[in-house]
Design a protein around this ligand. Structure first.
Ligand SMILES: C[S@@+](CC[C@H](N)C(=O)[O-])C[C@H]1O[C@@H](n2cnc3c(N)ncnc32)[C@H](O)[C@@H]1O
Length: 393
């Protein structure tokens, strides 16, 4: 038992310094260990009370408490109460939960210090993620059991009449219509999209982009040709990462497409040379003859029929034998699905009445869209995979 304890302590110290695949393997093993060590009653209590933890986090985030703990390194509840105007006892009660959950360190009586999680949740992107998931998804989550009972436990499929509309009492408003009418929550979601990889490695760092996509002498790209179109790329974070990594070696233009209200006032500072285009992907084709079309977290928002309409506005302008469509989304394995993709799948159910797809479901959809799959590439760890496609010959 002593040796096991030492091995766990040693692994804990190295936890931030191990390759992604080993990190996820160890995390799964550790989760099983925690579950085996908990009594069954305790394990159920933990699940049942986890929304309280999130509620405390959301409230303290609104008050800017995590930022203050990080900036001051050590702060008391009296000081926090003075700067936030929140009741001291209330703050202590909420922070007690964060300490027990390992999000904040208790450095004395009613005194708080930061750790890595405090720093992370105080940062802009993670803060946006907390806002988006809490404000957008807790009501649909809370309403889901009742919604499913009323609908006879059918798999939700209608993006205008699903758990999201039920939870928010917003009949007929699809997820993206709902967001477009509520700029504050749209802004939180856009920040969440920027953060949605979490700490998982970017595809451009694990997928052999140059070897598979850029170095092909039979598909030359000049400075006047389009190298990459990010189809519904939101603020342009993925486009920028690609451009920063490859533009000095590979010529070509970059184009970001998204909804008008995103393109007009939500994008990052992308520089003069990135073209920005507003479109509705159900109606408007993107620009023709690009070398690469890239879609991340788009098709998982929609059922197959809507996906085929969206895909048609890309495939209709792709150049046969030249263009590739790169899809970045989860590829759910037939067994052993990890925690993160399983959670994203339920997130898609409650927000868009859609789903994450397995390999067979991707093959079915892409074949119907007239695309041939050059390869499925699973990621290291538990993140999104890459599907490289081209027009069928
Ligand atoms: C889940 S986000 C993914 C964004 C980005 N690709 C990423 O991975 O961060 C879905 C994107 O689809 C866009 N979108 C939704 N409906 C659209 C429509 N009808 N036309 C164009 N874009 C749309 C949203 O504005 C949003 O940027």
């Amino acid at each position: 038992m002593e040796t096991l304890h030492q091995a766990i302590e040693a692994a804990t110290l190295q936890a931030h310094n191990i390759p992604e695949t080993s990190r996820v393997l160890l995390l799964n093993a550790a989760t099983k260990l925690v579950s085996a060590l908990q009594t069954p009653e305790d394990a159920i209590y933990r699940v049942a009370y986890s929304p309280m933890q999130f509620m405390a986090m959301r409230t303290l985030h609104s008050l800017g408490v995590f930022k203050q703990i990080v900036e001051k390194e050590s702060v008391t509840s009296t000081e926090l109460s003075e700067t936030t105007a929140a009741d001291k006892v209330l703050l202590e009660r909420l922070l007690r939960v964060m300490i027990a959950a390992g999000v904040v360190v208790e450095s004395g009586i009613s005194t708080y210090s930061p750790n890595a999680q405090t720093r992370s949740v105080s940062e802009r992107k993670m803060g946006g993620m907390v806002e988006a998931i809490f404000d957008g998804q807790t009501k649909p989550m809370a309403g889901l059991p009742e919604y499913l009972e009323k609908t006879g436990y059918k798999n939700p499929l209608d993006p205008q009449d699903g758990p999201f509309q039920y939870g928010h009492n917003a009949p007929g408003e699809s997820f993206f219509e709902f967001l477009s009418k509520r700029p504050k929550i749209m802004n939180s979601y856009s920040t969440f999209f920027e953060a949605s990889r979490g700490s998982r490695p970017d595809w451009i760092d694990w997928f052999p982009v140059q070897e598979k996509l850029l170095d092909d002498a039979s598909k030359p790209v000049t400075k006047d040709d389009i190298l990459l179109i990010d189809v519904a790329g939101n603020r342009g974070h993925d486009l920028m990462a690609f451009k920063n990594k490859f533009s000095s070696k590979y010529p070509g233009r970059y184009v970001l497409f998204d909804q008008p209200h995103i393109i007009e006032d939500q994008t990052l500072d992308l520089g003069e040379d990135v073209e920005k285009k507003a479109f509705d992907f159900f109606k408007d084709p993107v620009l023709p003859d690009a070398r690469l079309y890239y879609m991340k977290f788009i098709l998982h928002d929609w059922d197959d029929d809507n996906c085929l309409t969206i895909l048609n506005n890309v495939t209709s302008v792709m150049k046969k034998g030249f263009s590739n469509l790169i899809i970045e989304d989860f590829i759910i394995p037939m067994t052993g699905c990890k925690w993160m993709p399983a959670m994203f799948d339920l997130q898609m159910m409650i927000s868009c009445a859609s789903m994450e797809r397995n390999e067979a479901q991707w093959m079915h959809l892409l074949d119907a869209a007239g695309l041939e799959i050059e390869g499925f590439y699973p990621p290291p760890g538990d993140g999104t995979g890459i599907i490289v496609t081209k027009l069928k010959e």
